[in-house]
Design a protein around this ligand. Structure first.
Ligand SMILES: Nc1ncnc2c1ncn2[C@@H]1O[C@H](COP(=O)(O)OP(=O)(O)O)[C@@H](O)[C@H]1O
Ligand SMILES: C=C(OP(=O)(O)O)C(=O)O
Length: 217
């Protein structure tokens, strides 16, 4: 029984859902170094990708993770993959994300609310994830960044599902997480534009993730 429960505790991670109370968006630099932290590991997984389908409002993001899974999650599902040519000229990223979800933060440090910490920082333009294995934190962190940056460019970012009818009218689905945006926007009689994060510019709707634009006439 003891053996079983030990096995179970190894398989089931401590934090597998979102931790909104442990998330901070700080304008100032935070403590993200120290032994065992993502910045001190010898081996990490790195992928350079783009945020935003629209090339004119695109951001370069570098995702550095201690484990392969978060890296693959972002590479396969979330961001836009650069072409080999774009990767060659990638240069300095606009934003860097460090994910060491298995490493807990020190909950006794000033500001820490638990052993989970998700810090999005706009000054050094970086995000550090500690003490959670929920990959959705990475998506939501980049989404927070887009919420900050897009309105400065006259673009409204939306947390919504979006689909389009054959007559090219667009429907947006709003709601808190888990309230049915995905289910409602996935309609077999309508084109799915995107399930989650969108930007809205007059009549042009684009998904932050790797989906094409649809231009209703
Ligand atoms: N109208 C509904 N009645 C019952 N369950 C629903 C309804 N809409 C969605 N769900 C369920 O709620 C969960 C979350 O829905 P989802 O569409 O993924 O939400 P969101 O995209 O807003 O996070 C899913 O398991 C889905 O099947
Ligand atoms: C994925 C989440 O929610 P939503 O489906 O609303 O984006 C989340 O809250 O982590």
């Amino acid at each position: 029984m003891l053996k079983l429960s030990l096995m179970y505790s190894r398989i089931v991670p401590s934090q597998t859902g979102r931790s909104p109370k442990d998330k901070r968006v700080d304008p100032l630099e935070m403590i993200s170094g120290g032994e065992g932290s993502p910045k001190s590991l010898d081996k990490v997984f790195v992928n350079d990708q783009f945020l935003n389908w629209d090339p004119e409002n695109r951001f370069k993001v570098r995702i550095i993770s201690a484990r392969a899974y978060p890296s693959l999650f972002m590479y396969c599902n979330m961001c836009i993959r650069p072409t080999p040519e774009e990767l060659k000229d990638f240069g300095t990223p606009d934003f860097t994300m460090y994910n060491a979800g298995r490493f807990p933060c020190n909950r006794y440090t000033h500001y820490m609310t638990s052993s989970t910490s998700i810090n999005v920082n706009l000054q050094p333009k970086e995000m550090v994830i500690l003490g959670t294995r929920y990959a959705g934190e990475m998506k939501k962190g980049l989404f927070s960044l887009m919420h900050y940056l897009m309105p400065k460019r006259g673009i409204l970012s939306l947390h919504s599902g979006c689909n389009m009818g054959k007559e090219r009218y667009i429907a947006l689905f709003f709601g808190l997480s888990g309230t049915g945006k995905t289910i409602l926007s996935t309609d077999q009689n309508r084109y799915l534009t995107g399930d989650d994060e969108h930007r809205f510019v007059l009549w042009l709707i684009g998904n932050r993730q790797d989906h094409p634009f649809h231009r209703p006439e």
